[in-house]
Write a protein that binds this ligand. Sequence first.
Ligand SMILES: Cc1cc2nc3c(=O)[nH]c(=O)nc-3n(C[C@H](O)[C@H](O)[C@H](O)COP(=O)(O)OP(=O)(O)OC[C@H]3O[C@@H](n4cnc5c(N)ncnc54)[C@H](O)[C@@H]3O)c2cc1C
Length: 497
Amino acid sequence: MPDFDLAIVGGGINGVGIARDAAGRGLRVLLVEQNDLASGTSSASTKLIHGGLRYLEHGWFRLVREALTEREVMLRMAPHLIRPMRFVLPAEPGMRPAWQLRLGLFVYDHLGGRKILPATRSLDLTADPHGATLKGRYRYGFEYSDCVADDARLVVLNAVDAAARGALIRTRTRCLRADRAELWNLVLDVRGRREVATARVLINATGPWLGHFTESVLQQPAPAALRLDKGSHIVVRRLFGHDRGYIFQTADHRVVFVLPYERDFTLIGTTDSGFSGDPAAVAPSADEIKYLCTVANDHLRVVISPADVVWAFAGVRSLHDDGANAPQDAMRDYVLVLDEQPAEAPLLTVYGGKITTYRRLAEAALDRLAPVLGARPAWTKKSSLPGGDFPVDGVARLVAQARRSWPFLSEAHIRRLVQAYGTRISRILGPAKQIDDLGDRLGADLTGAEVRYLMDHEWARTADDVLWRRSKLGLRVSPEEKKQLAKFMANAIGSDG
Ligand SMILES: Cc1cc2nc3c(=O)[nH]c(=O)nc-3n(C[C@H](O)[C@H](O)[C@H](O)COP(=O)(O)OP(=O)(O)OC[C@H]3O[C@@H](n4cnc5c(N)ncnc54)[C@H](O)[C@@H]3O)c2cc1C
């Protein structure tokens, strides 16, 4: 008997999404991630849970419909983590005409069975307060709905739920070799120690490492249909005080988002360019940073320069190559390739995908594998992610309740915890009556109690896991505080043995 029904390599959104769904269907699941959860592309997205307005121009209606529908499914699954945002789209003189924008937004409003999110409306940007942030040339535009999420926390919460349903999640565990016979025989490197495991099915969910994994671990020829595209983002101090995001059309026929981010910041992205090389070393180039500043300066009254950038990050998409010339035209839908050989265990390879559609991708993966693993009913559509078991409009109520329970914490602190942990906030704060009951103060509003929770329940092992993937407190702590946090975590690991 094999150790597992399903072995998944890759702890990005696609790997953990499949792990959660499969574990919930009663399958025995192993997921291995060579580094931290979400340490690849899944923490480097634009953070949009969106249909993809621009994709309508490409005629990708299947993808847009599915993604639009998923926005509200996900909002219900994780109302703490995912929140609606209104986007201002100014009509740009000399670019797509207003009738085309209006038509696109009409389709966008109606394609995905929208129930919760408000509809599009026209804006007179000469009078609307959200026009005041923009350069004077804009006369009118539109405001439409999409959602935003903390992408990395979405990954972590899927892993938490997968584990609660019986999946074995192993971080800092690299799959070194996968030998195929009637079963898969895996050789794993667990922080320097070798382990082996067997599974009936292997899923390659390694994202931008897909080609490398195929060649060096599976020892198969490089996949011909793989295309890697890089995108970069910058973060600067807050450029405007309101809660709307902007979507700007650029002269090179792309769009760039400018979004309110983490209360005190603004996120700007993305670029699009072909990529080759080591995905672990991907970083924004000086030219990309300059380009994003220029796009912001072309549209906003305020002026920024690369010196204003407090954080920049880049990610790589691993797309199924549809032969498009420009990176922004390459198809963003997911493609699942099932490799079945007589008397050999199957291999499923995941190309592309979006944070937005990961849940549907997982369902599609299990449908493809049903002939091997057995057909079991889908269940995730009406489920909650950990901490998300409250109504979609319930964040304010949860914040108010939490403020009554822990009145010694500031509103901003409580709000951050509610948005990260939802109803599980009490697992961190427990019976605390004063701030000292929460242990060490570790920079910004981070406490020992929260870090211990992240280490015990969310696989956090390093300061970066906590500061950049379980939270975005990396934007707020000093290098000294980061060192103190690393020391705290090393001591905790040491004392846990
Ligand atoms: C710039 C950019 C912006 C985007 N914006 C959005 C957006 O706004 N909204 C949206 O819905 N989507 C967006 N996307 C798409 C989305 O981010 C990706 O489709 C998604 O994150 C891909 O997830 P993944 O799990 O396939 O890959 P990854 O997140 O990269 O995960 C793969 C994992 O496999 C691990 N791995 C590799 N090899 C091994 C091995 N041998 N052993 C163990 N582990 C291994 C890696 O460490 C990595 O963590 C964006 C993508 C990019 C690049």
